[in-house]
Ligand binder design. Structure first.
Ligand code: ZN
Ligand code: ZN
Ligand code: ZN
Length: 385
C-alpha cells in the first residue's frame, strides 16, 4: 500500500471580514492601560504576533532594520519603521489608529525611538524582539529597563472577543475536517513524512494559510511528544500520534488524535482509555474562576491513579490565538483564574519509552458555565489501514 490518496475537492469558504480600525484602536488602548496598571511606562512591540494583534501589520520580512510600535498611556501610538517599508505598512495598518514615523538607512533608528521612550522608563517589550534591537534601545535610552511582555502582561491576548472566537472555531473545524480525511489515507508501509505531507496538504485545502506542525509519531516515536515526522516506515500494529495545526485567517488550530494501524494491542487499548478519561476530566474541570492548575490536576489525577503518572511528562495545555502556543498555561502553579473567552488546549498524554505514545488534544474555550470544544472528532481509538 503505497498509493497516495486522491486529491479532495477544496471546500468553498468565505473568509471572515477583517478586523476594523476600531478593533485595533481598542486593543492598543487596552494594552497601554494594562501596562500602566502593571506599573510600566509603556510597551515596545517589534514584529511578531503582538504587533499583528495590535495593528494588523505583519512585515513581509523581519530583519535587522528596526520596526517598533511604542504604546504609552495617554499618548497616541507611534509605529517607527524603515522608510522602504512605509508603503507596505500604510496598506496594512489601520492608519488613523496610529502615527507612522520612518527612518532612512544611515540614520540611527534607536535615537529616533529614544524620543518616545523616556530616560529611566520601565517598559514591557515583545517576547519576539531581537536582542540586537533591545540592546540598541538600552544603549540609546539611559537607565531604561525592560520586561518580557508575557512576564508583565501574560493575559493581554488571552481573552478572545466574538470575532476571534469565530476564527478559532473555524480553524478547529478545518483541523477536524483534516482528521476525518487523514484516517482514510494508507498508513501501513508509508513513511511518517508521507502522512505528515498529507496532513499539511489537507490543512491548506481546508483553509489554513500556515501549517505550524504535523506530528506523525508512529510506534516508539510516539513516545517522544515533540517528535515531528521522520523516515520511519509505519507498520501494522503501530499506535500513531497525529498532532497538527497552524493558522487560518490569522488564528490557530491544534488537535491530536492517536490512531492504530490494524488491531490494537490490549496495552494500547488500556493506555488510550486512560488518556481519553483524563482528557474528559480536564475539560470537565473548566469553569470561570477555576485556576488554570486545576485543569492540569484534574487530567493528571486520572493518569496518576491509573499508575502512569511518571509517563505524563508535560503540562496539560497552553493558550492559543494568533500563535499556537501562548498564555494561559494549564500547569501546576498557575493560579490565574479562567475567564470566559479564554482559549487553550487540553492535551494529556502517556509516553512509554521504546514502545508507544498516546495523546488526545482539543482546543476549548471557557464559557459562562463551563467549556465548549472547538475540536469535536471522535475520541475513540480509531483503526486505520
Ligand atoms: Zn507542543
Ligand atoms: Zn498539539
Ligand atoms: Zn497543543
Amino acid at each position: 500500500m503505497t498509493s497516495t490518496p486522491p486529491p479532495s475537492t477544496p471546500p468553498t469558504r468565505t473568509p471572515p471580514p477583517p478586523f476594523t480600525v476600531e478593533d485595533y484602536t481598542a486593543r492598543m488602548r487596552r494594552a497601554a492601560a494594562d501596562a500602566a496598571a502593571a506599573g510600566l511606562d509603556g510597551l515596545v512591540i517589534t514584529p511578531g504576533p503582538d504587533l499583528v494583534w495590535l495593528t494588523g501589520y505583519r512585515p513581509t520580512a523581519v530583519t535587522e532594520r528596526l520596526t517598533a510600535l511604542v504604546l504609552t498611556p495617554g499618548q497616541d501610538p507611534v509605529l517607527l519603521l524603515p522608510r522602504l517599508e512605509r508603503a507596505d505598512a500604510e496598506d496594512a495598518v489601520a492608519a488613523p489608529s496610529l502615527t507612522i514615523i520612518d527612518w532612512t538607512d544611515g540614520e540611527d533608528p534607536f535615537a529616533r525611538l529614544a524620543a518616545f521612550v523616556g530616560a529611566h522608563a520601565s517598559m514591557g517589550i515583545a517576547d519576539s524582539a531581537w536582542a540586537l534591537h533591545l540592546l540598541g534601545l538600552q544603549d540609546a535610552v539611559p537607565g531604561s529597563s525592560y520586561r518580557a511582555l508575557t512576564q508583565c502582561l501574560p493575559m493581554l491576548r488571552a481573552v478572545k472577543d466574538a470575532d476571534e472566537l469565530a476564527r478559532l472555531a473555524a480553524a478547529g473545524a478545518a483541523a477536524d475536517a483534516t482528521y476525518e480525511q487523514i484516517v482514510d489515507v494508507p498508513f501501513a508501509g508509508r513513511k511518517e513524512t508521507d502522512v505528515a505531507a498529507d496532513l499539511a496538504r489537507l490543512l491548506r485545502e481546508h483553509g489554513h494559510e500556515q501549517v505550524d506542525f504535523t506530528v506523525v509519531g508512529s510506534g516508539p516515536n510516539g513516545a517522544n511528544p515533540h517528535h515531528e515526522a521522520g523516515d520511519r516506515v509505519i507498520e501494522e500494529g503501530d499506535a500513531v500520534v497525529l498532532d497538527f495545526g497552524g493558522l487560518m485567517d490569522g488564528y490557530g488550530s491544534d488537535t491530536t488524535r492517536t490512531v492504530c494501524v490494524g488491531e490494537p494491542s490490549a496495552r494500547l487499548r488500556e493506555v488510550h482509555e486512560v488518556v481519553r478519561v483524563a482528557q474528559q476530566a480536564g475539560v470537565d474541570a473548566v469553569r470561570p474562576g477555576v485556576a488554570c492548575q486545576e485543569v492540569d490536576r484534574a487530567a493528571r489525577a486520572v493518569i496518576t491513579d491509573a499508575g502512569y503518572g511518571e509517563q505524563f511528562i508535560h503540562r496539560t495545555g497552553h493558550g492559543i490565538g494568533t500563535t499556537t502556543h501562548e498564555p494561559p498555561y494549564m500547569i501546576e502553579g498557575e493560579e490565574q483564574p479562567l475567564i470566559p473567552g479564554m482559549c487553550f488546549s487540553v492535551e494529556p498524554g502517556i509516553y512509554l519509552t521504546g514502545e508507544l505514545g498516546v495523546r488526545i488534544e482539543d482546543i476549548v474555550t471557557v464559557t459562562d458555565t463551563g467549556a465548549v470544544r472547538f475540536n469535536t472528532t471522535d475520541h475513540g481509538l480509531r483503526v486505520v489501514g
